[in-house]
Design a protein. Structure first.
Length: 397
């Protein structure tokens, strides 16, 4: 084998994991610097929260179809083009001269990144043996958590000089990833239909992703508000505290992948959402800064329990895997986009209610949506993925 081609393939595969952080990074990068952005444009921090929603809304909307379209256009061309557009939009965000301009460019960033995440997940599923998929997706999720970690930390620190430098950093990362691209693989299917991505199993998983991410990972801005209002923390201090979410998620993701293989996706999702609900209530009521920071960090581990389980489920099926995971990711980020619109007014009315309401959604929605399947039912029709001895024997044949 050509050593140069081999080295390029390894770099491209590394780019799959490195690229996993870009979506969470781009979505959360303004969460810790909303007061600074608002002050620069004569807006309140609540109005500046629109920088979160306007990134995530087009991102989530296009994800409904981007996975299927990317399979038609080719992953290499799709990913490189999306990274280039993302980098250009990031540079323009850094020099934006008016708040509506910044909002519009954030929408362009989100639209471009919609064609990255499902391609990366689909490429991983294509090059990794099925029996190692959970572990691999756990590693990918840890890189997404690294993006969630670095976003508030980097933006919070650079905001001490100017929040605009955070967008310069995002442009540099996107440019580097455009050079790496993705590994070349043989397409498993040709020109899949858009309809093939919208099957009941995928839609159930997508609804849980909407609630799970919107009420866990999507609440970083709400935690930042409480850190400011209740404890008087500055931008860099808020960034450090919010970083705990990503650190815990990064450390927990690979263990979560193994747990999903062992105990099943449904069990892991319900355990994560119930635990996350309790942590949210503590964040909204605890009088101690240390307790709030610790609970937010543990919430990061819970979010990985939801995301890794759902990704493993939809990528274990054979029909339009890229399109299916694209739909799940779409509803995931749509939940994050809706969260500021839903919970900022609630927070302004009652701090405690702003955390108790999403906690209640985490307790009530997933058990109602994730129906326990009958023994022996195929994984494509269910949400309980078990690694039994019989499964291992069948895989070995």
């Amino acid at each position: 084998m050509n050593p140069r081609r081999l080295a390029e393939g390894r770099l491209a595969r590394a780019g799959l994991y490195a690229g996993g952080f870009l979506g969470p990074f781009g979505g959360a990068m303004t969460s810790s610097i909303l007061p600074e952005i608002g002050a620069d444009f004569d807006r309140s921090a609540g109005e500046a929260a629109a920088t979160l929603s306007y990134y995530l809304l087009p991102f989530a909307g296009l994800l409904l179809v981007s996975g299927t379209l990317a399979q038609r256009w080719g992953p290499q061309r799709t990913v490189r083009g999306a990274y280039v557009v993302y980098a250009a939009a990031s540079i323009l965000c850094a020099v934006s001269w008016a708040f509506p301009v910044l909002i519009g460019l954030r929408a362009v960033q989100g639209a471009a990144n919609a064609f990255v995440t499902p391609v990366l997940l689909g490429a991983l599923a294509a090059i990794v043996p099925k029996e190692r998929l959970g572990r691999t997706l756990g590693l990918f999720a840890s890189m997404q958590a690294a993006g969630q970690t670095s976003a508030p930390l980097v933006s919070g620190l650079v905001a001490e000089a100017s929040w605009r430098w955070a967008f310069v950093g995002a442009a540099a990362v996107a440019t580097a990833l455009a050079v790496l691209g993705v590994p070349r693989t043989e397409a498993a299917e040709k020109r899949p239909s858009l309809r093939s991505a919208f099957v009941p199993t995928t839609l159930r998983a997508a609804l849980v992703a909407f609630v799970g991410w919107g009420c866990l990972g999507g609440l970083g801005f709400l935690v930042a508000f409480r850190l400011d209002d209740a404890f008087g923390l500055g931008a860099s201090q808020r960034g450090v505290l919010l970083t705990g979410f990503g650190v815990a998620g990064f450390l927990a993701a690979r263990f979560v992948g193994r747990a999903v293989d062992r105990f099943g996706a449904r069990t892991c999702v319900l355990g994560a959402t119930f635990a996350g609900a309790g942590l949210l209530v503590a964040i909204g009521t605890a009088p101690s800064l240390v307790a709030v920071g610790l609970c937010w960090a543990l919430t990061g581990a819970c979010s990985q329990g939801v995301l890794v389980s759902l990704n493993t489920l939809v990528l274990s099926t054979g029909a339009n895997r890229g399109g299916a995971v694209s739909v799940v990711q779409s509803l995931r980020f749509l939940g994050g986009a809706v969260a500021p619109l839903a919970f900022v007014p609630l927070y302004q009315a009652s701090t405690v209610a702003a955390f108790v309401v999403p906690a209640a959604a985490l307790v009530l929605v997933p058990p109602a949506v994730l129906q326990r399947e009958k023994p022996g039912q195929h994984v494509e029709a269910g949400l309980d993925v078990e690694q039994t001895g019989e499964t291992e024997r069948n895989d070995g044949r």
